[in-house]
Design a protein around this ligand. Structure first.
Ligand code: SF4
Length: 390
């Protein structure tokens, strides 16, 4: 599997908890940024060696990709098709903020080639949205989901957040119920993280806002684990549920399976041919570096800020750390051996001994042989498993 990620680092306003690479008030840079994305993708297609023969997934993430014009999205997809080739069953996802999905826009996105929408709902409660600094109301989120369905989207994911200051277990239950009632195909549930440098972090530091306790946050997560199964969703990753395997997020699974991907745009990351590349986070610098391609025509990553060549052991560690997040399939013993020429138990014998003894992971049988998978206890204490492979 091979994926392309395009980062669209523009937002109407910065949410109070957000530390992503995104900027508000820079919309005038959008046309130049869009042109730079096209140049970067064409340039990489012509300079990178040993690329997979086709692209299986494309992901427009942000920021707020739904601020981009549908014709730009179409042009980017067409260029990826022309330069790299798209798989017949390609998954093309776009993250959308409910405050930017005007009626008709979903239909234009579908026409442009997008076939999966990931809608950032976060909460159906006004107070939560105000506290988070979101630009939309609960009813706008509901309208956005309905209009996406009406437009013809058959693969819709919703993002919800738990552990929001002031949120009770009953509030969270309301959010889960409302989300399920809207019949999405996929759900991503994230615990609010207070990141230094954000307004919410400062408010909590000053004592003007009380954070949710770790216990309550854990109860919310367990509530999701129990109730979503009853509603017909299956969990396949620590924070992700779907209505069966067909709706699992294939692009994100490329990351969790440590497979190759290219990241285009400011702040985007790539992982290809044993290289890890992080682009500059500045939009202006990104445009300038891509515009200046003539000065280094052979450099496949003209906007790179950091480049790292990974040794085989680091790749093996990453494969375990990321793969163990996949709660349904975990890490396949056969795939690991085929990829690295070694058995998981030989590379990580002591680590496995510890986490198997603590009943955090277990071997389960799959058609291709044993897979190492988190137990229910391991799902609840996932970080203790992932840390073993750092
Ligand atoms: S919409 Fe998303 S990327 Fe933009 S500021 Fe809010 S959380 Fe950050």
């Amino acid at each position: 599997m091979f994926g392309i990620y395009l980062h669209i680092p523009f937002c109407r306003r910065r949410c109070k908890y957000c530390d992503f690479i995104t900027y508000a008030g820079k919309d005038e840079l959008m046309p130049g940024y869009y042109a730079a994305l096209i140049s970067e993708l064409r340039h990489q297609a012509n300079t990178l060696q040993d690329l997979p023969s086709q692209v299986d997934t494309v992901f427009f993430g942000g920021g707020t990709p739904s601020l981009f014009k549908a014709e730009w999205i179409k042009d980017l997809i067409d260029n990826i098709h022309k330069e790299y080739g798209l798989a017949k069953d390609v998954e093309i996802s776009l993250e959308a903020n409910p405050g930017t999905l005007a009626p008709g826009f979903s239909a234009s996105l579908l026409k442009a080639g997008v076939n999966r929408l990931s809608i950032g709902v976060q909460s159906f409660i006004d107070r939560d949205l105000a506290l988070l600094g979101r630009i939309h109301s609960p009813s706008q989120a509901v309208d956005a989901i309905h209009s996406a369905r009406r437009a013809g989207f058959s693969n819709i994911s919703l993002d919800l957040m738990f552990g929001i200051p002031g949120q009770s277990l009953a509030d969270w239950q309301t959010n889960l119920r409302q989300a399920v009632a809207l019949q999405p195909d996929h759900l991503s549930l994230y615990s609010l993280i207070l990141e230094p440098g954000t307004q919410l972090f400062d408010d909590v530091e000053r004592g003007t806002i009380q954070p949710v306790s770790e216990d309550l946050s854990a109860d919310m997560y367990e509530m999701a684990l129990d109730s979503l199964v009853e509603e017909g969703f299956s969990q396949y990753e620590i924070s992700n549920w779907s209505r069966g395997e067909a709706f699992e997020a294939r692009h994100n699974k490329i990351y969790w399976k440590n497979q190759p991907y290219l990241g285009l745009g400011a702040g985007a990351h790539s992982s290809i041919n044993g290289l890890r590349v992080a682009n500059t986070t500045s939009i202006e610098e990104y445009i300038r570096r891509v515009d200046d391609l003539q000065s280094s025509p052979k450099d496949a990553f003209p906007a790179a800020e950091e480049t790292l060549r990974l040794d085989p052991y680091t790749m093996q560690q990453e494969t375990m750390m990321l793969g163990m997040r996949l709660t349904r399939e975990g890490v396949s013993k056969l795939e690991f051996r085929n990829r690295f020429g070694k058995a998981i138990e030989d590379v990580f014998s002591r680590e496995l001994e510890r986490i198997i003894a603590r009943k955090l992971v277990e071997w389960r049988t799959f058609p291709d042989g044993p897979h190492l998978v988190l137990t229910r206890g391991g799902i609840l204490l996932g970080n203790q498993v992932f840390q073993e492979f750092v």
